[in-house]
Design a protein around this ligand. Structure first.
Ligand code: NAD
Ligand code: UGA
Length: 461
């Protein structure tokens, strides 16, 4: 596996939702580079080397197959790969810290720091190290110190190249990104390193979409992008509560405000709450950074985005309870969807986890169906295994249920035979549409009592 026939030798440490797809796209677009992805998790690497990839992402297998074995390699041999590489992307996980100072808010940088220390230990030549993981602003300073404290005379240039892909559309986002951001120190060495990374993306991304900036702006822009996206969802979700009190319709409000080009139409779909591994983690990280600089008002402002999301999830279950005659004890309730959004099997921070747990606390009989996420759902709810049922088939899940609650906007849920479903359910039959994706009028005509989010309900009593 010598890199001699390749013009660049690129490594990514961390073969997760970001490292795998990102490197697969670089390898597919740039056959002239050797791209290696390593991970300490052998099962994950084995899966990347099979046709049963470790993550579900539309179009990913095709891209992997284009390059795997040609110029894309997945391996657990982290040390050899570090030695060979000139450019190393680090895409390890950076979860919220669960212990000590900053617990519950700050980023846990232990995986990142361990990786940096390992690079120092193993490397025998100069390298460009790229922060692909989402990190607190100023992390590059600490990483630079750790890396350049080596006594071998090796020089490491740390860059920031945050990833903006969304799960479910990762391949599309990587192939046609809105922008690629590369931050560096503004020294001659920093700029030279930055130009090397610009050259990689320039193979398929138009030049005007490749932004360069100082390294701190780049680190901070990633946190701020996620905070702004999540803020839009919390804003529209707050309005969904007001719509329910006033007979306004949140979808109509979204459409009306979104046509104002200054506001824009995206990320204005009211939901049972945002999920995913990053929005909450990154906002809490932003909050922690602001607090640590004494910016209390700024910290409080952003924390409200997360608190509103918690409220939305709680409100959804409280509404179910109220509508179902103040008790769901002993009632079968089918959750349609468990992934945090459609087109992924990822359930990290999915609102469905909170909804399922609250319903179990109310002694409901919860049954979960999802086209891709049942495996992860079983892990998330392992502590409640005896209280939950899982059904791959939504018709089975709904059989004998008092209520269906739509948790994920899978398109297949729009076209189910709801007459058949209705005939198999208890009466009165309820649908709570936590994503506003179903045809509520039709369902009402079929006999359901229908409770959308932020829209007038349709009930037979
Ligand atoms: P992930 O948990 O799916 O993958 C991280 C991988 O890193 C794991 O497979 C883990 O085994 C590996 N790892 C940890 N320590 C290691 C070490 N010392 N050596 C080798 N491998 C190691 O995480 P992810 O979702 O890919 O996220 C990675 C980073 O990217 C995070 O900072 C996240 O905030 C950011 N991000 C994620 C997304 C997303 O959609 N998931 C999008 C943009 C940015
Ligand atoms: C998000 C960002 O969109 C990416 O740019 C970013 O790279 C990524 O986080 C990250 O840093 O991890 P992702 O979480 O994969 O991507 O998915 P989104 O499409 O942003 O959805 C997040 C959550 O918001 C989902 O639960 C989704 O259902 C919800 N959502 C989204 C709404 O409730 N309403 C909307 O209008 C849009």
């Amino acid at each position: 596996m010598s890199g001699a026939k390749f013009s660049k030798n690129i490594l990514c440490i961390g073969a997760g939702y970001v490292g795998g797809p990102t490197m697969a796209v670089i390898a597919a677009k740039c056959p002239q580079y050797k791209v290696t992805v390593v991970d300490i998790n052998a099962a994950r690497i084995n899966a990347w080397n099979s046709d049963n990839l470790p993550i579900y992402e539309p179009g990913l297998l095709d891209v992997v197959k284009q390059a795997r074995g040609r110029n894309l390699f997945f391996s657990t041999d982290v040390d050899s790969a570090i030695k060979e590489a000139q450019i190393i992307f680090v895409s390890v996980n950076t979860p919220t810290k669960t212990f000590g100072e900053g617990a519950g808010k700050a980023a846990d940088l232990q995986y990142w720091e361990l990786t940096a220390r390992n690079i120092v230990k193993v490397a025998s030549s100069d390298k460009i190290i790229i922060e692909k993981s989402t990190l607190p602003v100023k992390t590059a300073e600490a990483m630079g110190r750790i890396l350049n404290a080596n006594e071998k005379g090796i020089k490491f240039e740390v860059l920031s190249n945050p990833e903006f892909l969304a799960e479910g559309t990762a391949i599309e986002d990587l192939e046609r990104p809105d922008r690629v951001l590369i931050g560096s120190q503004l020294t001659p060495e920093g700029i030279k390193a930055r130009d090397e990374v610009v050259e990689i993306y320039a193979n398929w991304v138009p030049g005007e979409k490749i932004l360069t900036s100082n390294i701190w702006s780049s680190e901070l822009s990633k946190l701020v992008a996620n905070a702004f996206l999540a803020q839009r969802i919390s804003s529209i979700n707050s309005i969904s509560a007001l719509c329910e009190k006033t007979d306004a319709n949140v979808s109509e409000v979204s459409r009306a405000i979104g046509m104002d080009t200054r506001i824009g139409s995206k990320f204005l779909s009211s939901s049972v709450g945002f999920g995913g591994s990053c929005f909450q983690k990154d906002i809490l990280n932003l909050v922690y950074i602001c607090q640590s600089y004494g910016l209390t008002e700024v910290a409080d402002y952003w924390e409200r985005v997360v608190l509103m999301n918690e409220y939305q999830k709680r409100r959804f279950v409280q509404n179910m309870l109220k509508v179902m005659f103040n008790t769901v004890a002993g009632k079968r309730i089918a959750l349609f969807g468990f992934a945090f959004k459609a087109d992924t099997g990822d359930t990290r921070e999915s609102p469905a986890i909170d909804v399922a747990k609250q319903l179990i606390e109310e002694h409901a009989k919860v049954v979960i169906t999802d086209p891709q996420a049942l495996h992860n759902a079983k892990i998330d709810l392992a502590d409640y295994a005896d209280k939950i049922e899982f059904a791959a088939d939504p018709y089975e899940a709904a059989k004998g249920a008092h209520a269906i609650a739509v948790m994920t906007e899978w398109k297949e849920y729009k076209t189910l035979d709801y007459k058949r479903i209705f005939s198999s359910m208890e009466r009165p039959s309820f649908i709570f549409d936590g994503r506003n994706i179903l045809n509520h009028e039709e369902l009402f005509k079929t006999g359901f009592n229908v409770f959308p989010l932020g829209q007038p309900n349709h009930k037979h009593f």
